[in-house]
Design a binder for this molecule. Structure first.
Ligand SMILES: C[S@@+](CC[C@H](N)C(=O)[O-])C[C@H]1O[C@@H](n2cnc3c(N)ncnc32)[C@H](O)[C@@H]1O
Length: 175
């Protein structure tokens, strides 16, 4: 009986995840959930200028892998992950609590967030969203803020450098 209930709950969680993903991608134009691999994240962190105290955002953080690796390499950073997909947010929240992580997780649409305190922002999203974020970064971010985007450039900005990691371009910008 308990086994049946657990199987039902797991299937329900998958169902909710896929339906909300489908809705967000096809009706709201949001980027789908795909994780950045560890090697790419380590390359990005090594190629960024990071010092503490520093405020790092991962916009659309999914499983917050970028922040989890940053937390291990640079203890002392303030790390904020923003994710609006409920199933991913709650799973991730539990995982971070169980591992005593100091990463803050916010369940929000990052387009409705003020990013004025950001020192470094990591994004792996899509072309439309990067265009919207370009306007937002110009208005809100202070001089010196670093922005890193995997695969999708910010059309309004010229990158400081572009790296090729595992056949994907990584764009580095400085406001
Ligand atoms: C391609 S995944 C990247 C996940 C993670 N950043 C990584 O690189 O491993 C994009 C994520 O952004 C989330 N997302 C897309 N648009 C969003 C929005 N406007 N506000 C919050 N999260 C959003 C999606 O739900 C998805 O989890």
């Amino acid at each position: 009986m308990y086994l049946m209930l657990i199987i039902f709950l797991v299937l329900l969680a998958y169902f909710v995840f896929f339906v909300s993903q489908f809705y967000n991608v096809f009706f709201k134009g949001y980027a789908p959930f795909i994780s950045t691999d560890r090697e790419t994240i380590k390359t990005i962190l090594a190629a960024s200028s990071i010092s503490t105290p520093f405020i790092v955002y991962e916009l659309g953080c999914g499983r917050a892998r970028f922040l989890r690796i940053a937390e291990k390499i640079f203890p002392g950073l303030r790390l904020i992950g923003v994710e609006n997909l409920a199933s991913l947010y709650y799973l991730n929240w539990l995982r971070l609590k169980l591992s005593f992580s100091k990463i803050q997780l916010w369940k929000k649409d990052f387009l409705a967030l003020n990013l004025q305190d950001a020192d470094l922002i990591y994004c792996y999203l899509n072309n439309d969203t990067m265009k919207k974020l370009g306007d937002k970064f110009s208005k809100e971010c202070r001089g010196g803020t670093q922005i890193v985007s995997r695969s999708f450039p910010i059309p309004q900005f010229i990158p400081e450098k572009v790296l090729n990691v595992k056949n994907k371009k990584i764009y580095f910008y400085k406001i």
